[in-house]
Design a protein around this ligand. Structure first.
Ligand SMILES: *Cc1c(COP(=O)(O)O)cnc(C)c1O
Length: 489
């Protein structure tokens, strides 16, 4: 048919599609020998300016640009030595599934489809993996930030004391208060804004030496608020903080929330998946007591971006938070619309078939494999910590609780500002060398390098190489006793 988007020559398209898959697989196979990241030249960046294309071009030529111009300049998080921020490394099973999901094309807003069954099964598997009770509900979203927003919206509505489908935030009598540790992720500030309660509705609670929420400080803040006529609504506990990977004391916080009648939301974007890691699941015991839980499946499960999940203990509260009754979206007793509308459980109406990649990955690899990888990443963080402890020039900046390691190179004789500049230079040189990608942070006012190991391809030798490079670059650029250009070994 003329002017449809289908290929004019199916056989030619089939050949090209196979080529793309072959190239993709070769790319993954050869990953370790390639730079983790390399910057794009200004000349090449300039090629990405210009008017929208009016005339068709052969797909082969378009794909050549993808392969030649984009492949070498990817973020690098699929590489075994990428440990920046906190990201998953993706996987081929998930990538194939994303392609198949796009071909299936189903809209997960609702409908009596196979895709709907897969979506329901995935959220139910996640419910079981997290130890949530039967009858709890879940919704797949685009990531951890949105999963947190879904959970916190349910918390706000459940604690508001007024029906926010009929009234407004201004009708809530006593102002609502949310509590989180001073290590809380920035997405919760966005959530406060979005929920209409404003950023002053979030009280930051001090953390202890291991960067866990201080329970006495939490209790005191709740008491003080009650005496001022403020309504404590929700504690946001973090299982795996971004700065240091620390885990708030979940059982104690759950006890306090129950005693005080406060909603417990757990941001589990980093740590919730430790629930399936045989050697480390004890770290997140108590997570199953949350009223709402945010999961990030493109982190701990390495699903290709993007997919996260919000789990809610009470399905009725979950649905009541988001369900609206639109005349053009009515459930039927027969036909395509004879299924519960899934958009009644979140903010998106149309949703892609994200569930398929999680479903295929869990079936193909099995839950235990993911648990082993998480255990291995924690062991690698501890291995890195031991190497840091053993090197006099390196200083550990926070206790290593899980998969995040904070440290710095300390050549001696530098003040805090000079140490920041020195370590920033180390970080940038490592990134630019293509050998590894790490990032930095500032904890309790002190700058440090930060290594977040969420990577199923990382081997212990990769960690050894990183330490070698930090020591080498650190010594080379150190103002005291700079090395000449000859590399050791
Ligand atoms: C990554 C992260 C988020 C945000 O998740 P996205 O998937 O990036 O939206 C929220 N909280 C914590 C603790 C995280 O590590």
């Amino acid at each position: 048919m003329e002017d449809s988007l289908d290929p004019a020559d199916w056989d030619d398209m089939r050949r090209l599609a196979h080529l793309m898959v072959d190239d993709a697989i070769s790319r993954l196979q050869g990953l370790r020998d390639k730079p983790v990241w390399q910057p794009m030249s200004d000349a090449m960046k300039a090629e990405f300016h210009g008017p929208p294309p009016t005339d068709p071009a052969p797909l082969e030529a378009v794909y050549a640009d993808v392969k030649n111009k984009l492949y070498p300049h990817a973020m690098g998080n699929i590489h075994p030595r990428f440990w920046a921020w906190y990201m998953g490394a993706g996987c081929l099973t998930g990538a194939l599934a994303d392609f198949l999901a796009a071909i299936d094309g189903s809209n997960l807003g609702g409908g009596d489809t196979g895709a709907n069954q897969v979506d329901r099964q995935v959220t139910d598997w996640l419910r079981q993996m997290m130890g949530f009770p039967e009858g709890a509900s879940g919704t797949l979203v685009n990531g951890g930030s949105m999963a947190n927003i879904v959970g916190l919206t349910a918390a706000r509505n459940a604690m508001a004391g007024v029906d926010l489908h009929a009234q407004s935030v201004a009708d809530i009598g006593a102002p609502l208060r949310f509590y989180a540790s001073d290590q809380v992720h920035s997405c919760h500030m966005k959530a406060m804004n979005l929920l209409g309660v404003g950023c002053t509705a979030l009280t930051r609670i001090a953390t202890d030496d291991a960067f866990r929420m201080d329970l006495d400080a939490l209790r005191a803040a709740i008491q003080a608020d009650r005496s001022q006529g403020v309504r404590p609504a929700c504690v946001i506990a973090t299982a795996g903080t971004t700065n240091t990977g620390s885990i708030d004391p979940l059982p104690e916080i759950a006890d306090l929330c129950r005693e005080q009648g406060i909603w417990l939301h757990v941001d589990g974007c980093i740590g919730a998946m430790f629930s399936i890691a045989a050697s480390n699941r004890h770290l997140v015991a108590g997570i199953e007591r949350a009223d709402s839980l945010a999961l990030d499946l493109h982190k701990g499960l390495h699903a290709p971006f993007d997919v996260g999940c919000a789990l809610l203990r009470d399905q009725k509260v979950h649905r009541a938070t988001f369900a609206e009754n639109a005349e053009y979206l009515q459930v039927a007793t027969r036909g395509l619309a004879a299924a519960e509308f899934l958009h009644d459980y979140g903010l998106e109406t149309t949703r892609g078939f994200r569930a398929l990649k999680v479903w295929m990955m869990l079936r193909h690899h099995g839950v235990e494999t993911f648990g082993h990888i998480l255990d291995r990443n924690i062991a690698q963080a501890l291995h890195l910590t031991a190497l840091i402890d053993a090197a006099p020039e390196l200083e550990l900046m926070a206790p290593t609780s899980t998969t995040v390691v904070c440290f710095r190179h300390v050549p001696g004789g530098l003040d805090e500002a000079e140490l920041r500049a020195h370590n920033t230079e180390i970080m940038l040189r490592i990134q630019e060398s293509g050998i590894a990608v790490i990032t930095d942070t500032t904890i309790r006012g002190r700058h440090c390098l930060r290594v977040a190991i969420c990577n199923h391809r990382t081997q212990d030798e990769d960690i050894d190489l990183l330490v070698q490079e930090v020591l080498w670059i650190g010594a080379k650029i150190s103002p005291v006793g700079a090395l000449d250009d000859a590399r050791p070994n």
